[in-house]
Design a protein around this ligand. Sequence first.
Ligand code: WAQ
Ligand code: MG
Length: 275
Amino acid sequence: MIISCPMMTSLYSVRMRASCHDQHISGAERLVPVHAVAETTAALIERALSAPLGPPDKVHCNSEQIDPATVHWAKLPDVYSYQVESVQDGRLAATQLLIGAGLSADRAALAVATLAEGAGPDGVVMRGAVLMDAVTGERLEHDLVRGVRVSRMDLLSTCRPDVEALLAAAGLGHHRVLEALILSGKVLQAPGIVAELCWSDAPDYVTGYVAAPRCGYQRISQLKTAGDKRGGRVFFVDRTKVTVSALVDYLERQPVLFDTVGTIAPLKKWELPDA
Ligand code: WAQ
Ligand code: MG
């Protein structure tokens, strides 16, 4: 479905992050036209103040003008949803989907284990993502606590109501789905990306996904046990296609706006492929 894609005159990146005792508890960001900066800022601050891990003792919200001529326009990934019977099956499914995206079984299993154990130093949750060499499994992010933060991406604001309605009709109305789809959509646009693995650090949100440029956004109903505070993201990179600095620059700085949605497939039971 293509939704209108007007030339934008003035665009702002609005970013919020909230912490309590220097622990990150909430973050979100949007790319909006100038007339929506104030209401977006208010909504993000409201969200920070009501964060489940809150209340925060610090909320930062800033806005920065973006040159609309630099925006990359893109289509959101196709969405698939798989129902698994247990966390163990979910992690096996994730491993197989990563292999399907072109990774070796070892690298796929390494990524799952990295998130399961907590990807930061001493098993803490990172603020951003692990960047992993798709061939060697080497960790490439410079800061093991911050990781790589994907930023400056959003749905074109005039498309938002339609996309929210489509997702809600498919039973995917939770705000985490659209946010993760937008983030992953940008990751899949980035040069040299082979695949992404993600599950939330929110203790009550156990669904995660494996995404890849040719496979889309593949949700898996259970990737961790309820109550587990560990979660994170792993981005696999093909270093023959891009340098780490060019990739990180794209992920952190290149504005990307989505003006088209992909297909949303109905929920399916995950079947292990025949051995
Ligand atoms: N860039 C890179 N990594 C990030 C970012 C970002 N902007 N934001 C969060 N992360 C990392 C960080 O390590 C978090 O701990 C981890 O990802 C999880 O973030 O289809 O809600 O916001 O049902 O908790 C996926 C499934 C939900 C949604 C993911 O992630 C669905 C989610 P959270
Ligand atoms: Mg979180």
